[in-house]
Design a protein around this ligand. Sequence first.
Ligand SMILES: [Zn+2]
Length: 50
Amino acid sequence: MAEKKVSCDCGKVIRESTDDQLVNAVQKHAREAHNMKLTREQVLAMSEPV
Ligand SMILES: [Zn+2]
């Protein structure tokens, strides 16, 4: 599976090799850094191929 990344509004770039890892990492960052809940669909909609 191809790597994907999400660039957060705060400047953090999260890059993972599977959708599951990306979704987990972005959800964790959003929760811890921004007190925000993101769905899997939202994370995948924000993601770009690396
Ligand atoms: Zn952020």
